[in-house]
Design a protein around this ligand. Structure first.
Ligand code: ADP
Length: 926
């Protein structure tokens, strides 16, 4: 503007040049719809009609003060200046579009057409028509934007004519269907049909849109490549100005992916729903407060409801028989957010109760909310019932077992007591003068009673094993003497069958060990007894060795070899089973129950070992068994030197025995004690050896001979030695017999034999006896009775006993045994009297008390407790108490010790066990 009007002011221009319009055209200009504007070549407005004032908002006068440059939009001013420039050259564009700014500041689009008016061939003015095209321009813009949107739309757009023939498809539709625009133009959209949807579907669509309504729905269509796809579509009719439908527009969204996901979701939901509904377990959801939100059929069934409605009306608390159970469950939920395997007593709709196992989790416990509870439950009423029945059955079985145990204990007591009487009394009678016939009968009684006792013991043991009542003890004991006593009893039986029984303990076997002496002996006796039973001639050799040895534990290996009938290979396994015998024919020669080895197998297994046999039919058997024993805690055991060792050390001893095993064992025993043994296999050989030694000036100071030998027996040998060596230094002659029969002592005296011992001898016994003989000889006494096992014991001091025993037979038996061994006894019939005697007697009056456990008035346990209390109260010395128990049951030992008893022996009282116990107890006390 400034540029255009340089050098002149607006007022000046208008005042000078405003042209006049010829009046005949005035009405035309005044009424023209388009705005008419005239301006000079500088741009100054010279004429405007009323439409111009309306369009621009300026009055005619205001116009005349303006330039055209004031009217155009600022960004178009430069173009306007250019137009003015060209107008000066008589050029003006016939048509052009401008954007103007009205007086009020509104922008408008205008179409301008004009021409340059010349005067005298010179351009003087521009006359222009200005038409407001704002509305049209806006519409055009709108359409452009819309078509751009349609072109770029992520949705498919299809436009058809009123007959449904495709006029337009957007690029998205091309991309999706694979059909180009050209391919589909003029086609009916049914070209996309897959055939998956029914005709009525399409009919309905067509009816809707042709009636002028919008249609919404989903198409299952097919692409050009045959692939199926889903579209969500909206189809709208388009009407012209007269309201007639000219077109249809379909806007469609590809929902194949969503459909797939929806399908998956639906399937998964369906699966869960089925799981939920068909679950055998009840599945439910409740609020924390107990409002039931949902539950499956199983829940409804478990709680006995008719239908879901009835169940949903219930409160969780209604399902509990005890409200406290739900409280407990909620407590768990609060603490751990879950409760697993929670059992509770349930209440059913009909009021009955059952049992339910519950698993619940607390869900959605967000801040401030109490959350809800989801869980599953199963009905365990039947299981609970079964458990209860099982429990009751177990209880009954245990009770039965307990009473079986008690029955066993009582049986054991009831049977052993009279057996004790029978065996003991028979032994006493056998010790008196009897006719041969009477002795024979009584020996039969004794052996029958012993077999009966053994049988009973076997059966009791077996039932104890079966009932799990058999326990293995772990106490300290002397291995050799424990076996030696047992072997002696066996030797007697062996001798009766003219069998040699040898017993050998190999070097390295510990003296004292920890284990169960009674059970160990039981196995050995059983196996050795069998060996004797099944052997008609030859020998039975018992050998104790070791398999391995550590600081804490030794594995003993015991072997019993016989020269008997042997066992066929196929029977060798079964004999260790209960009631199994190699010869199961009814005509079998050997009796027995077939329980012995089964018991042995069980016992050795419990003692950490095993049992097996090497045998051949007709060629004898060797039974092996191993057991684990603990190292003795007593430190002095290793240093233990048996009596007699110093006496025999360096002594030349002639050992005479026809049995090579025995000979070897005896020599070995002596050698180990430092003696120098020489072996002779017969009386004859022995006599030669004696002569040879005599001639060499090294006569034997001691001769140890077997009594029974073929050709020349021990007595004859002794007689020969004595008569030949008259006047000379006589050797000590010791005799080993297998039977220790009455009258042997007399024969010994007659034949100048210094001592006799019953085979097989334990090393300690042999040494002790040898020492005794050597001592006697040095005293040079004349006509001394021979040293026997008993006299060795008799040399020990005589003791004063208190015996408390209610059973008369037992009383008499014990008294006789004790008296026979030179001891004195005071007898009472119950614990109360025993306690009184000990309390009232002077301290040390009794050396020991033998106390029966089961007695009327006051039992043994109580009496001992009283004795111990009295000792402590009055500072009296400790008095050894030996319990006499008929039970031999599990726990006896512990009970006796706990009650203050020092040792216990089980009835029937065996003389050996009694004196061995007394011996070891007294030596401890002293
Ligand atoms: P019992 O001797 O009471 O029959 P055991 O269990 O002690 O029962 O023995 C089972 C069987 O094993 C015996 O019946 C016998 O056939 C066989 N047997 C055991 N020891 C020997 C042996 N030393 N020699 C031959 N057979 C034996």
């Amino acid at each position: 503007m400034m540029k255009a009007s340089a050098g002149l002011t607006n007022t000046e221009i208008i005042a000078a040049d405003f042209p006049r319009v010829p009046s005949k055209y005035e009405t035309f200009f005044e009424n023209a719809i388009d705005a008419i504007l005239c301006f000079d070549l500088s741009g100054r407005i010279t004429f405007v009609n009323p439409s111009a004032t309306k369009l621009f908002g300026y009055t005619r006068d205001e116009f005349l003060a303006l330039s055209v440059l004031d009217l155009v939009a600022p960004e178009m001013v430069a173009s306007a200046v250019d137009v003015l420039e060209s107008a000066r050259l008589s050029e003006f564009p016939a048509h052009s579009d401008w954007e103007i700014v009205t007086k009020l500041g509104d922008r408008k689009f205008v179409a301008v057409s004009g021409h340059v008016v010349q005067e005298h061939g010179k351009p003087i003015e521009v006359q222009g028509t200005v038409r407001d095209i704002t509305h049209r321009r806006r519409n055009e813009d709108e359409v452009r934007k819309l078509s751009l949107a349609v072109e770029h739309s992520p949705a498919s757009v299809v436009i058809t004519d009123s007959n449904g023939n495709i006029e337009y498809v957007n690029p998205k539709s091309v991309e999706l269907t694979g059909y180009t625009r050209e391919e589909v133009r003029g086609q009916n959209p049914r070209c996309f049909k897959s055939g998956e949807q029914s005709d009525s579907f399409y009919r309905d669509l067509w009816q809707t849109i042709t009636s002028g309504r919008e249609w919404h729905g989903e198409f299952h269509n097919r692409k050009k490549n045959g692939e199926l796809y889903w579209e969500n579509a909206s189809i709208s009719p388009i009407r012209n100005a007269r309201g007639r439908i000219t077109h249809f527009v379909a806007v469609k969204e590809d929902i194949t992916g969503r459909k797939g996901r929806e399908e998956l979701l639906r399937a998964s939901e369906e699966r869960y729903r089925q799981l939920f509904e068909r679950n055998l377990a009840g599945v439910f959801r409740t609020t924390f407060e107990g409002e039931v939100l949902d539950a499956n059929d199983a829940c409804i069934r478990i709680f006995g409801c008719r239908d879901r409605e009835e169940f949903l009306r219930l409160k969780a608390l209604d399902l509990y028989a005890n409200a406290a159970d739900r409280e407990r469950m909620l407590m768990l939920l609060r603490l751990e957010k879950r409760a697993n395997n929670f059992e509770f007593r349930s209440r059913r709709a009909d009021g009955s109760t059952g049992w339910v196992l519950l698993n619940v989790t607390l869900i959605d416990m967000t801040e401030g909310k109490r959350g809800y509870i989801e869980g599953s439950l199963i009905d365990i009423t039947d299981r609970k019932l079964m458990e209860a029945q099982l429990h009751a059955a177990v209880e009954t079985a245990e009770a039965a077992n307990r009473s079986k145990g008690e029955f066993l204990a009582n049986m054991s007591h009831e049977i052993r007591t009279p057996m004790n009487g029978i065996i003991g009394m028979t032994e006493l009678v056998l010790d008196t003068e009897l006719s041969v016939e009477q002795r024979d009968y009584l020996n039969t009684v004794k052996s029958c009673a012993s077999s009966l006792l053994n049988l009973i013991n076997d059966i009791l043991d077996f039932s104890k094993i079966e009932a799990g009542h058999l326990d293995i003890e772990n106490i300290e004991f002397d291995l050799r003497s424990s076996f030696a006593d047992a072997i002696k009893a066996l030797a007697l039986r062996a001798h009766e069958k003219n069998l040699e029984l040898t017993f050998e303990v190999t070097p390295g076997v510990p003296e004292r060990v920890l284990g169960d002496p009674i059970r160990l002996r039981q196995v050995l006796v059983n196996v050795a007894n069998n060996a004797i039973k099944f052997t008609e001639g030859g020998e039975v050799a018992v050998r104790i060795g070791i398999d391995s040895c550590t600081a804490d534990e030794t594995v003993l290996h015991l072997m019993v070899r016989d020269t008997g009938i042997g066992i066929p290979v196929e029977k060798q396994k079964t004999i260790f089973e209960a009631f199994a015998q190699a010869d199961s024919s009814t005509t079998r020669k050997y009796g027995g129950t077939g329980l012995g080895l089964a018991i042995c197998a069980n016992l050795v297994q419990r003692m950490g070992g095993s049992i097996w046999v090497d045998s051949e039919s007709g060629a004898g058997s060797t039974f092996h068994f191993t057991v684990k024993v603990g190292a003795s805690p007593s430190l002095d055991t290793a240093e233990h030197i048996p009596t007699g060792e110093s006496e025999v050390h360096g002594l030349n001893i002639l050992v005479v025995d026809d049995n090579p095993t025995n000979l070897r064992i005896l020599s070995e025993m002596l050698k180990r004690r430092g003696a120098i043994p020489e072996e002779a296999k017969s009386g004859q050989e022995a006599l030669q050896a004696v002569m040879r030694a005599q001639e060499n000036g090294t006569p034997f100071p001691l001769i140890l001979t077997d009594s029974r030998m073929p050709e020349m027996d021990g007595f004859t040998l002794a007689a020969h030695i004595r008569e030949k060596k008259e006047g000379q230094q006589q050797p000590i002659i010791m005799m080993l017999t297998s039977d220790g029969l009455r009258g042997d002592a007399e024969r010994c005296r007659q034949n100048g034999i210094n001592a006799y011992l019953v085979k097989p001898v334990a090393a300690s016994e042999l040494m002790e006896t040898m020492a005794a003989c050597i001592h006697k000889q040095t005293k040079r006494s004349v006509n001394i009775p021979p040293v026997t096992r008993h006299s060795v014991r008799e040399m020990r001091r005589s003791l004063h006993f208190l015996l408390a025993e209610d059973n008369l037979v037992n009383q008499r038996l014990a008294v006789r045994l004790l008296k026979k061994h030179g001891h004195s006894v005071v007898v009472v019939g119950d614990g109360r009297q025993a306690l009184r005697l000990v309390q009232d007697g002077r301290p040390g009056e009794f050396d020991a008390v033998l106390m029966d456990v089961q007695m009327p008035e006051m039992d043994g346990f109580e009496a001992v407790a009283g004795i111990r209390e009295d000792e402590i109260k009055h500072g009296k010395p400790w008095i050894p108490v030996i319990a006499l128990t008929a039970h031999a049951m599990k726990g006896d030992r512990e009970r006796c010790h706990a009650a203050g008893m020092d040792a216990y022996i089980s009835k029937p009282i065996s003389a050996d066990e009694l004196f061995a116990t007394i011996g070891s107890l007294m030596s401890r006390v002293q």
